[in-house]
Design a protein around this ligand. Structure first.
Ligand SMILES: Cc1cc2nc3c(=O)[nH]c(=O)nc-3n(C[C@H](O)[C@H](O)[C@H](O)COP(=O)(O)OP(=O)(O)OC[C@H]3O[C@@H](n4cnc5c(N)ncnc54)[C@H](O)[C@@H]3O)c2cc1C
Length: 344
């Protein structure tokens, strides 16, 4: 027991190996993913005595690990660095007995219960319930400079980072609805927004296109790609410009900008669940509206992997909480059913 704010808290041993079942390590609840959704689910599940095991995957802490300041997560009045915030999430869940494993789930079999999973270290697992929180990845151009300045002028989320670019000049890369939405949103803060698009027309819906083209703060550079993001590291790391290449003429130009917003789409991390869980056409997992129930009973989904609309840390965390509560109630109902069957 420990004392915090005058309240006694029981601290459990986080190192709980599962029982062996048919040569597999068995757990009540496995959580795949360790972003805000996975670690919030872990917190709630741990406090419900479910001994959750979190498979943290290839990006422990999730997408916020590649950003700097997070200013819109409630509770952090002065903002907080993304990686720091995710460490707090992890520690808070571990305090109640959640276990983190730095492994990647490579296969799942949801065709019968208990579910079967395997990790990249070859660990064979079985789980009574699974919460999927594998997130979605912003598509990027793949330039080394893009990674270098991510969080220092390069962003993949205008809602998250637009506020940092007050009265500055930014570009938005893309030509679909997301790019139009991001560009329009950024005009609330920025002096000027330039959309850089590799074709001579937008793929976006007409209504979104028209809105952008009518916005006086937005300019469009057609038939052009970003070849490089320019920046400086001293005295502060920041973006200072971009190198552009016209794809029709091959002309290369430099343009000074303060920020670069990538808006070329997101890819939900759902390859693992192809054929196992119902998905929308765009690959996002389908959940029963207002719940975290997927198409397979006992498998729940939360966070960006099932949300292509809001994609925020707080919404991911909120749905992680829902998934843990859904899983806990579902497991309880299963146990009750089993008890009744044994008794009769
Ligand atoms: C640069 C950037 C800045 C952002 N800034 C903000 C911000 O300021 N405010 C805000 O609210 N939102 C921000 N966001 C959005 C926010 O990060 C996401 O909405 C949020 O992280 C989604 O959480 P999640 O838990 O659903 O998934 P993610 O954070 O995407 O986490 C997914 C997790 O799944 C794991 N995983 C994937 N596949 C496997 C597998 N097979 N096995 C095991 N694990 C797996 C990964 O390792 C990762 O831990 C930002 C996003 C980016 C990219």
């Amino acid at each position: 027991m420990s004392e915090q704010n005058g309240t006694a808290i029981e601290i459990k041993n986080p190192h709980h190996e599962g029982e062996m079942r048919d040569g597999r390590e068995g757990h009540k609840l496995i959580i795949i993913g360790s972003g805000p959704a996975g670690l919030t689910a872990a917190l709630y599940a741990a406090r419900a005595n479910l001994n959750p095991v979190v498979y943290e995957g290839d990006q422990p802490g999730g997408q916020l690990m590649i950003t700097t300041d997070v200013e819109n997560y409630p509770g952090f009045e002065n903002g907080i660095l993304g990686p720091e915030m995710m460490q707090i999430f992890r520690h808070q869940a571990q305090r109640f007995g959640s276990e983190s494993r730095y492994e990647y789930i490579t296969s799942v079999d949801f065709s019968e219960r208990p579910f079967k999973l395997k990790s990249d270290r070859g660990t064979k697992l079985s789980a009574d319930a699974v919460i999927v929180t594998t997130g979605a990845s912003a598509k990027l151009l793949g330039l080394p400079s893009e990674g270098k300045y991510m969080g220092y002028g390069v962003s993949a989320c205008a809602t998250c980072d637009g506020f940092f670019f007050k009265d500055q000049e930014v570009i938005v890369v893309g030509g679909g609805d997301t790019a139009m939405e991001e560009a329009n949103y950024l005009t609330r803060f920025c002096k000027k927004v330039t959309i850089v698009h590799r074709r001579d027309e937008f793929r976006a819906s007409k209504i979104m296109r028209d809105r952008v083209l009518a916005n006086e703060k937005i300019e469009v550079i057609w038939d052009t790609v970003v070849d490089e993001i320019l920046g400086e590291d001293d005295p502060v790391k920041k973006v200072t410009g971009i190198t552009l290449r016209n794809v029709k003429t091959d002309t290369v130009t430099k343009m000074p900008v303060d920020g670069v917003f990538m808006a070329i789409g997101h890819k939900p991390n759902t390859d693992l669940f192809q054929g196992g869980l119902e998905m929308e056409e765009n690959g996002y997992l389908v959940v029963k509206p207002g719940t975290s129930y997927t198409s397979v009973e006992g498998v729940f989904a939360a966070g960006d992997v099932q949300d292509h609309v809001y994609r925020q840390a707080v919404t991911a965390a909120g749905s992680g909480c829902m998934a843990a509560i859904d899983a806990e109630r579902w497991l309880e109902a299963q146990e009750h059913k089993d008890r009744v069957e044994v008794a009769s």
